[in-house]
Design a protein around this ligand. Structure first.
Ligand code: TRP
Length: 450
């Protein structure tokens, strides 16, 4: 059997796994979710979900993946219970659906990259609003960009783990962070920006409705790439001396930090130009062009360069995430169904392109493409982030907390005793009780059972 790749260095592990976590979830989904759910109070609940449920959840997936060093389904089946394979199957299905609708938004970013190079985003707020509407309701162009994006992902995935994924992440992740900071400063200096900052930092819990908890939980898991065996697949490439607790904590903190930076970039600008904070998925595509134009009014060339750089990095951040989703299914078809890696990659590409086309049409040219009263795109987002991801994390916790031999869990947690750590018992308590109970309570609450 061919040797599996492993990630090269400790830094590479953090960067590639963070590359999977940091993406449109932080820069596109987090701000619009925050906007729709009342601002700061949502962020507080979101951070609670990351710290209390996200970090233990990540460690659990890492344990499963690194223990078995194989694709998601086999990894889950390898910890002592063959039936646990179904958690892996669920994860593969979830990430395939996510890749489908995610590619649509990634495609929008590509369009905006080219539009900013061509100087098409210059105009007042109304013009920018219309620009988005006209583009997204076109029947062909958004579909082409989405499928194009999946093909770019396909290309990187065929290059293999080490060369393709690792090299790109090392260079571009830090650059993304830098540009974000520049844009946060620019946005906060706009006239009237302070109301946006307040919206983000002053929690008003009276606005918290019953759905907010599940939305925050879904957003936390989506952003951490948790609940689909994605982290498990990446952990299967980890080395035996990787500190799982430390990696999970670092990635979760970095991911949340970037999400909050994205909020600080978008809301001050939204308030400044009078765009409603709850305007939904189009939020970043409307506010940001305004930042580029207004904040750099006296130096338009700087605004021009920054906007190109920003969309390029956004595309890149999306790409490191789509690669991780693609890799879950590819590793499965390749190792489990014994297809050549090339063929496995193609299967996933075609299935996801199909989903992407229907999702794209449902929010543009063909609003009749609905399921349960939602456009197909919103439905895919809802069912994955708010049902399938929490379910995946729930079952993983039950598996690790109650079924797998503790010895095995401890072995992975402290790297066979070589790490001195005091957190094992806290971690076990959390996966046994806190994580499954909280997920269950949030579910029951959402469906008005309690
Ligand atoms: N976390 C990524 C983001 O924030 C999206 C993502 C990548 C993801 N891989 C995933 C979400 C697996 C769920 C499952 O953009």
């Amino acid at each position: 059997m061919e040797k599996r790749g492993t990630f090269g260095s400790k830094l590479a592990i953090i960067l590639t796994t963070a590359g999977s976590a940091v993406g449109l979830g932080n820069i596109w989904r987090f701000p619009f979710m925050t906007g729709q759910n009342g601002g700061a109070a949502f962020i507080v609940i979101y951070l609670g979900c990351v710290l209390i449920l996200g970090i233990p959840g990540m460690i659990s997936e890492f344990i499963v993946g690194r223990h078995s060093q194989s694709n998601a389904a086999r990894a889950y089946g390898n910890v002592g219970f063959r039936k646990a394979r179904y958690i892996g199957y669920l994860g593969i299905l979830t990430s395939t659906i996510i890749l489908g609708f995610y590619a649509v938004v990634a495609g929008w970013c590509l369009q905006y990259l080219f539009a900013s190079i061509a100087g098409q985003l210059n105009g007042d707020t109304n013009y920018i609003l219309e620009y988005f509407k006209t583009f997204s309701s076109d029947p062909i162009r958004p579909c082409l960009w989405a499928v194009g994006f999946i093909f770019i992902t396909h290309f990187v995935v065929t290059q293999g783990v080490e060369k393709g994924i690792e090299r790109a992440s090392k260079l571009l992740m830090p650059l993304l962070l830098l540009i974000l900071v520049v844009l946060v400063i620019a946005s906060c200096l706009l006239p009237g920006a302070s109301r946006g900052i307040e919206f983000l930092l002053k929690p008003d819990f009276s606005k918290v409705s019953s759905g907010v908890f599940l939305e925050a939980l879904g957003q936390a898991f989506f952003s951490l790439s948790l609940g689909t065996a994605c982290l498990c697949t990446y952990a299967s490439y980890f080395k035996k001396d990787t500190n799982l607790l430390k990696s999970a904590t670092q990635i979760a903190l970095l991911d949340s930090f970037i999400a909050i930076l994205a909020g600080l970039m978008i809301f001050p600008a939204a308030f400044s130009v009078g765009v409603q904070p709850d305007s939904g998925p189009s939020l970043i595509f409307i506010t940001l062009p305004n930042v580029f134009r207004q904040a750099f009014e006296s130096m338009p060339i700087v605004g021009f360069v920054i906007s190109i750089l920003f969309y390029a990095l956004l595309v890149f951040a999306a790409l490191t995430s789509t690669i991780s989703m693609h890799e879950i299914g590819t590793a499965f078809f390749h190792e489990e169904l014994r297809l050549p890696r090339n063929k496995a990659t193609w299967i996933l590409t075609l299935v996801c392109s199909f989903i992407a086309i229907f999702c794209s049409l449902s929010v543009g040219a063909n609003p009749n493409l609905q399921l349960f009263g939602m456009p197909l795109m919103d439905f895919c987002d809802f069912i994955t982030a708010q049902i399938m991801l929490p379910a995946g994390a729930f079952f993983t916790s039950i598996l690790i907390g109650w079924m797998v031999e503790q010895q095995l869990v401890k072995q992975e947690f402290d790297n066979g005793g070589t790490l001195k750590t005091n957190f094992f018992h806290a971690y076990m308590f959390s996966v046994k009780y806190i994580v499954p109970l909280c997920i269950l309570l949030i579910f029951l609450h959402q469906f008005h059972i309690i």
